[in-house]
Design a protein around this ligand. Structure first.
Ligand SMILES: Cc1cc2nc3c(=O)[nH]c(=O)nc-3n(C[C@H](O)[C@H](O)[C@H](O)COP(=O)(O)O)c2cc1C
Length: 323
């Protein structure tokens, strides 16, 4: 079965599609492998490929596509605003086993949005329309979009929905916040639901889904075809299976404290680059551990102490004390 057929089959099921969110510097091939070992998502999004007139597909991201260890379909995400470059990027990516090409309309990093890419494009809807038209023509696999609600308003999504319909976008993921809200403020699931009702393609809801109960509530409120999960999966790799079990009405796996400690060891090995110094390794995993706060009894102490660690043994001690 081709990746596109695999993707279609997953979307055709009764149960919601569960996607691992694209996360720069996190969701590389080894992280995917780790997720898959613990149950895993149905679909995996790459970190974004930066696409501009001088760009080449980043090798380490392409490696995750070529040597996909998950057995599940992969969606390759691009960020950029130059139409000929995006068309070239899409063509090059389709030489590999991708189920879909995804356009990033949400990155809130100022260095990105000031160049009118990612979330910055939400201030220029006509430009988005040009990109959608060109990519629709160039993309023979599925063509998907991941967007926020707007740049600094929640109404831009209303202007985008008819464009997604007009240009035959195959799937839309909506992170229910504006760009300027970054990761603050509540997620507007009501607005995701309204967009879902107006769109003809499947929609994935995204933002703050951290438990099987959140997943059930979001599906019920929005009526979406699936969920995209990022940070919740970094701190709980069992989340995808827990959601499946909960939605089927069966018993839900409850990992023990030892399971969590063992997972942090695996995560450490996963983010360790060969030949790097221990301090660099420790600093690298701090990015991941920074998302472990929710769910801990004393998140503040954990984050404070974890950020001061300089050795693996020190990190281990902080985790043992705080988990
Ligand atoms: C460290 C990090 C890196 C991210 N990188 C990307 C990215 O490359 N592309 C993208 O579309 N979104 C990116 N995001 C946003 C996530 O895909 C997701 O939309 C966001 O984290 C909200 O979902 P969550 O609450 O389940 O984490 C990133 C988020 C984080 C925390």
């Amino acid at each position: 079965m081709s990746p596109v057929e695999q993707f279609e089959q997953l979307l055709g099921r009764q149960e919601p599609l569960l996607a691992l969110a694209p996360m720069q510097d996190v969701t590389d091939r080894e992280f995917w492998r780790l997720m898959a070992r613990h149950g895993g998502a149905d679909v995996y999004y790459t970190e974004y490929f930066r696409v501009h007139p001088d760009s080449h597909l980043e090798k380490w991201i392409l490696d995750s596509v070529i040597d996909n260890p998950t057995g599940r379909p992969v969606v390759a995400q691009m960020i950029g605003n130059d139409i000929p470059s995006l068309v070239r990027g899409a063509r090059e990516l389709q030489e590999h086993a991708v189920a879909a090409i995804d356009l990033n309309l949400g990155c809130p990093a100022p260095v990105v949005y000031r160049k009118c890419a990612g979330g910055g494009l939400l201030r220029d809807v006509p430009r988005i329309e040009g990109i959608l038209g060109a990519l629709r023509e160039a993309v023979r696999v599925k063509f998907t979009v991941k967007t926020r609600l707007g740049f600094d308003d929640t109404e831009t999504i209303d202007a985008l929905v008819p464009l997604f319909v007009k240009h035959g976008v195959d799937l839309v993921t909506i992170h229910g916040r504006t760009v300027t809200q970054m990761y603050r403020a509540g997620v507007r699931y009501d607005l995701i639901g309204a967009a879902r009702a107006a769109l003809e393609c499947p929609v994935l809801a995204n933002g703050n889904i951290g438990s099987p109960f959140d997943a059930e509530a979001v599906v019920r409120e929005t009526g979406v075809a699936g969920l995209m999960i990022g940070r919740g999966a970094i701190r709980n790799p069992w989340l995808f299976d827990q959601i499946r079990q909960h939605l089927r009405g069966g018993p839900v796996l409850q990992p023990s404290r030892d399971d969590l400690l063992a997972y942090v060891e695996e995560l450490y090995d996963c983010v360790t680059l060969p030949g790097t110094r221990e301090l660099d390794q420790v600093n690298r995993i701090k990015k991941h551990l920074g998302f472990f706060g929710p769910g801990l009894a004393d998140a503040e102490t954990f984050l404070h102490d974890m950020r001061r660690c300089t050795t693996r043994a020190g990190l281990r001690e902080v985790c043992r004390r705080c988990f």
